[in-house]
Design a protein around this ligand. Structure first.
Ligand code: 4AD
Length: 455
């Protein structure tokens, strides 16, 4: 009853509070501010309440004392409730710690939305050690957690860095369609859809469209969703992922490889320099060191030797022989053991896509590359493209693809062909490597994979 008598009211004689976002606290020291956000952590003690407030741009500790702390409203606050807290921000004295080394001394606050307590309480919905599939059902709430939201911030910084790098290298951004009628990476992973009565697919890669842009726009790139109906559950496959792809005209295979090294080292450098993302990477992946150029280059055929020498079998449990696919497990073992980024090059024709240029010195292999990173494996796949018209037609036929639906692609070889190449990077794979996540699912906002299309 005594608590009910305490009324929280704002002292009108105080200076008007300046509305701020938490990321600007350091510029607003000793100013009366209003911070709006979600209660991230809450500690209620006798006569004092500590609230860690979160607004997506950062965290700040607010301290409520006196009547503010004693009021019933304060005693009934819950995690994830939204509040507006007004007060003055000041630096914490030596020896005390809180986010940003500051504290908000509250003189007034209002509840905007009280979150449930009891069974429905946030902490019951999102339990740290819960079954991953239960957590995925609650993804909309789980995103509020520190690790997941940090990865999403690094993700934004990575995409910013990639765009900055492409701009500096003179590539133009385009946005190809997601609904298409051609396959790029094999029929087994196509998502088919009914398109006004015609068969269409969700795109597996924007590569073919990027190739058509070269004569019009020069070197191009896109950041577009790609879709793969992957049947197997693995830690690095999603059904929908953000595909960073680029295509470069009048280059040779070696130019492609050095471009890839530059891309990775430069963008990782930009992300590490980023005042927000850099420290987050160190938190998520302590001791992470950016890779340096040049990367180790290894031919497919030498990778087979390495695997055989190290007793790592192929998918049939036998010694690797030319033409075998190096599947995920073997590839990871090799990459983790070698422990540095690898450009794995010159894959056999039969295990790679129809559009890949054959090597001049050995037509059994292609001018192709996979970039392999420790702890994740393949993060990028690229190649030079077959630019001879007849040779491309022969490949399309060899793969039993419907030639007619590729007329716009083969036309590129008719109306001014040129040697060119490109690659695709899986955004979630790079993030899994950068942020040391066990699976790419932790690097996507709302991951899609077999059996999971909600929320
Ligand atoms: O190696 P992929 O299949 O190559 C292509 O799609 C080319 N057409 C790209 C190009 O040259 N423009 O895929 C490229 C990258 C992979 O290295 C991997 O990082 C990512 O895309 N990737 C996936 N990421 C998550 N889930 C999946 N199911 C993925 N499939 C490929």
């Amino acid at each position: 009853a005594e608590l009910d008598l305490i009324k929280i009211s704002e002292d009108e004689s105080l200076p008007k509070a300046k509305k701020i976002k938490i990321r600007t606290v350091q510029n607003n020291l000793e100013t009366r501010v209003a911070v709006q956000g979600w209660i991230h952590r809450l500690r209620l003690q006798k006569g004092v309440a500590f609230i860690t407030l979160r607004d997506g741009t950062g965290y700040i500790q607010a301290v409520l004392s006196g009547d503010l702390a004693k009021a019933r409203t304060t005693q009934e606050l819950t995690i994830e409730s939204t509040v507006v807290i007004k007060g003055v921000i000041s630096k914490l004295p030596e020896g005390k710690s809180a986010p940003g080394g500051v504290e908000l001394k509250a003189d007034y606050y209002e509840v905007v939305g009280l979150a449930p307590s009891g069974d429905e309480a946030f902490t019951n919905k999102v339990q740290e050690n819960a079954d991953p599939s239960l957590l995925l059902d609650q993804r909309h709430l789980a995103l509020r957690g520190e690790a997941l939201s940090s990865v999403m911030k690094v993700r934004a910084a990575l995409l910013r860095a990639i765009r900055r790098f492409f701009q500096e290298e003179g590539l133009l951004e385009v946005t190809p369609p997601c609904m298409v009628q051609t396959q790029v990476e094999g029929g087994s992973t196509l998502f088919k859809m009914d398109y006004y009565g015609e068969e269409a697919y969700l795109t597996q890669s924007s590569q073919l469209y990027l190739e058509t842009c070269l004569p019009a726009l020069g070197d191009v790139y896109c950041v577009q969703e790609s879709f793969r109906a992957e049947k197997s559950h693995t830690r690095r496959h999603l059904s929908e992922y953000t595909h960073i792809e680029s295509e470069l005209a009048f280059i040779e295979f070696d130019d492609l490889l050095s471009h890839l090294e530059r891309l990775i080292t430069t963008t990782v450098g930009y992300v590490l320099e980023d005042p927000e993302a850099g420290p987050l990477i160190q938190q998520l992946n302590p001791g992470f060191v950016a890779p340096k150029m040049p990367f180790k280059r290894m031919e497919y055929i030498h990778a087979l030797d390495w695997l055989n020498e190290h007793g790592i079998p192929n998918e049939d449990g036998e010694k690797f022989k030319f033409g075998d696919d190096i599947a995920e497990a073997a590839e990871r073992k090799m990459t983790d053991t070698i422990g540095v980024p690898i450009l794995l090059i010159r894959f056999p024709v039969e295990i790679k896509s129809f559009y890949m240029q054959k090597c001049k010195d050995d037509p059994r292999v292609t001018e192709s590359v996979d970039v392999l990173m420790p702890n994740v494996g393949e993060i990028t796949g690229g190649s030079m493209r077959t630019y001879d018209y007849d040779e491309l037609l022969a490949s399309i036929k060899r793969e039993n693809l419907d030639l007619d639906s590729y007329y716009w692609f083969t036309d590129q070889r008719k109306y001014g062909t040129c040697p060119h190449g490109g690659y695709g990077l899986g955004t979630e794979r790079i993030l899994a490597w950068l942020c040391d996540r066990f699976t790419v699912r932790d690097c996507s906002l709302y991951p899609r994979f077999t059996g999971r299309c909600k929320p």
